[in-house]
Design a protein around this ligand. Structure first.
Ligand SMILES: NC(=O)c1ccc[n+]([C@@H]2O[C@H](COP(=O)([O-])OP(=O)(O)OC[C@H]3O[C@@H](n4cnc5c(N)ncnc54)[C@H](OP(=O)(O)O)[C@@H]3O)[C@@H](O)[C@H]2O)c1
Length: 250
């Protein structure tokens, strides 16, 4: 996929799905703002592994709206402009209703801050920027949970991903005539740090609900993001694309 000349911000690119996406985009020739929260060394290692000085690692805790805006501005400072944003960073923190109300609520708020509020703010900033450039693309990494629902301990996660999906569709509907396209990718269980414990606990039962014989890996998701960023899928704007090894079809 030829992405030369494209400038792209990928959030949560220090590991997991975001790292695979950032690598794929850099391999295609894009200049990437590789965002990290706590894992600066891994973000910098990703740049080194891709042998590029054209891309940059930028840190921000997306729980903080000031840092979210700072990340957007620093991306523009580093890359000059943005053609696409991949809103991938996310957290999956269990908060059972048996917890005291205040800690349940704290976790709920933290999940919404990272998974929904930060992408919302970045979307607002991107729309303003893309309008000045006659367009751009937003790729939201959602989840199967938005459609299938989640387990009792993860109500906040499912709600955040439902919100993200609706956000993407609304952007696609509202700004398509200004050249702005928006897509949601909805993974199922994927081998990353976020899911490894659940995958280990659920074991064989997970494979029994999956059409394919293995669970998804980040490398199965990254090529689709490159394809979207290339512009070849523009007429599918507003769509949700499932990548869940056939574990949930709707
Ligand atoms: N893995 C799955 O089974 C699965 C399934 C469906 C959807 N997804 C979605 O896919 C996306 C990527 O997940 P993953 O599995 O690759 O997760 P992961 O391996 O845990 O990586 C999460 C990324 O998000 C960043 N991050 C976490 N908290 C942050 C914060 N407060 N501020 C800024 N960045 C923060 C992390 O940065 P640092 O490491 O630098 O702290 C890391 O780069 C998420 O949106 C997730 O919901 C995953």
């Amino acid at each position: 996929m030829d992405l030369k000349g494209m400038h792209i911000l990928v959030t949560g690119a220090s590991q997991g799905i975001g790292a695979a996406i950032a690598s794929q985009l850099m391999a295609g020739g894009a200049r990437v703002a590789v965002h990290y929260n706590s894992n600066r060394a891994r973000a910098e290692a990703l740049l080194a592994a891709n042998n590029t000085s054209a891309s940059v690692a930028l840190g921000a805790n997306l729980e903080d709206p000031g840092a979210v805006e700072g990340l957007f501005r620093q991306s523009l400072d580093a890359l000059g402009h943005l053609d696409a944003l991949v809103l991938n960073a996310g957290i999956f923190t269990p908060h059972p209703v048996s917890e005291p109300l205040d800690s349940w609520w704290r976790t709920w708020r933290q999940i919404q801050a990272v998974n929904l509020d930060a992408p919302g703010l970045l979307t607002r900033l991107a729309i303003e920027h893309f309008r000045q450039r006659a367009g751009g693309r937003l790729v939201y990494i959602g989840s199967r949970a938005a459609f299938r629902g989640e387990t009792a301990d993860n109500l906040g996660y499912a709600a955040s991903k439902g919100g993200l999906t609706s956000l993407a569709r609304s952007v696609a509907r509202s700004y398509g005539k200004e050249g702005i396209k928006a897509f949601t990718i909805a993974p199922g269980f994927t081998h990353t740090a976020m899911a490894e414990q659940a995958i280990a606990e659920m074991g064989q039962a997970l494979l029994e609900e999956t059409a394919l014989k293995e669970l998804t890996r980040p490398e199965h998701i990254a090529p689709l993001v490159a394809f979207i960023c290339s512009g070849q899928l523009d007429h599918a704007t507003g769509t949700v694309i499932d990548i869940n090894a056939g574990s949930y079809m709707h």
